[in-house]
Design a protein around this ligand. Structure first.
Ligand code: GDP
Length: 315
């Protein structure tokens, strides 16, 4: 997001939380133009200060405890940050800015839909679909979604919610399954690790490229009015499919000899299948995608092969 906004000559402020957060140095090294503000989504006073300091015209709330598995282990923290944090931020905008001059993007999520049999539209989930979240993360995000809509309706604020399906890429954390797989395949290829340990392999996800989705988020805030939009690829594939494409791209052949399973990576409740329908974003915003799933896998595998090779030759 920062990279995209800087390319459009925005003055970008980024909020970083925590004392001695190692991600801060990485952010400052990669994006020296971004002005860093220390604040925490659970601290309303810090958010008021962040709004005062930055005097924003656009606010993108991408802050969250965002890992589904982690949210089962830290459900209260997830509720505080991912749910109530949205309220704290909206209040900060109301207190410290003229809310009629600020546009707010709320990162809602396909995890709000849940993928259960009774609630699985054939053409994919759209903006009208029912919500039935299956994790503390999904439940907290649903609160964020509704409080954002409530502030739009109550105070006439420009608050738009992007209901984004899984978006991946070179910056995805290795705790998420796509990056875990592409990084492991690169390391297996280079002889740096023997195998890969995963949880369930049958769930299906609608995976797209994060860079495309960032454009969609921005387009939502340039639209004439605040609204909700689904961003998705419109196709779905299983973890097994992702493994096949990855191992093919890395020229490793069949993935099965390399993959082990461990219940530690399985969740107390699973979202079996996610498929989104981005028709509204396509027609209203003119949003589109630059790569399909194979293209996404290829760029992630190529990136990880180069990165792992560079790291191992530097060591
Ligand atoms: P999510 O869709 O936001 O939960 O994104 P993830 O990338 O964390 O998980 C996608 C799917 O991969 C879920 O159905 C997980 O249960 C499944 N999965 C299987 N093995 C793993 C693993 O080792 N790590 C993660 N993160 N997910 C896994």
């Amino acid at each position: 997001m920062a990279e995209f906004l800087l390319s459009k000559n925005y003055d970008v402020y980024g909020v970083v939380r925590g004392q001695n957060n190692p991600k801060r140095a990485a952010l400052e090294a990669e994006f020296p133009e971004v002005k860093v503000i220390e604040a925490d989504m659970t601290d309303p006073t810090a958010l008021v200060r962040a709004v005062e300091l930055s005097a924003p015209t656009e606010v993108y709330n991408l802050a969250a405890i965002s890992h589904v598995g982690y949210s089962f282990k830290n459900p209260t923290l997830t509720a505080e940050v991912t749910g109530k944090g949205v309220l704290n931020l909206l209040e900060a905008v109301r207190i410290a800015a003229d809310p009629s001059t600020v546009r707010v993007y709320q990162a809602s999520t396909s995890e709000m839909f849940g993928g259960l049999d009774y609630n699985r539209p054939g053409a994919g989930y759209d903006e009208q679909s029912l919500f039935h979240p299956r994790s503390p993360y999904g439940v907290a995000k649903l609160y964020g979604h509704w409080i954002a809509k409530n502030y739009r309706e109550s105070y006439d604020m420009f608050v738009s919610c992007g209901i984004l399906f899984n978006h991946e890429g070179e910056r995805r954390g290795p705790e998420f399954v796509t990056r875990k797989i592409t990084k492991a395949a690169a390391r297996i290829k280079l002889g740096l690790q023997p195998n890969l340990v995963l949880g369930d392999l049958w769930p299906k996800r609608d995976w797209g490229y994060a860079k495309d989705y960032v454009v969609g988020m921005w387009q939502m805030l340039q639209h004439t009015e605040p609204d909700d939009f689904v961003l998705a690829s419109g196709s779905t594939a299983s973890i097994e499919d992702f493994l096949s494409l990855t191992f093919e791209q890395a020229e490793l052949g069949d993935w099965r000899p390399y993959v082990l399973q461990d219940p530690a990576f399985m969740r107390p409740a699973e979202v079996d299948i996610l498929l989104g329908n981005p028709a509204k974003a396509e027609s209203v915003l003119g949003w589109g995608r630059s790569v399909d799933l194979r293209g996404l896998v290829d760029l992630m595998v190529n990136f990880d092969l180069a990165a792992e090779e560079a790291a191992s030759s530097a060591a």
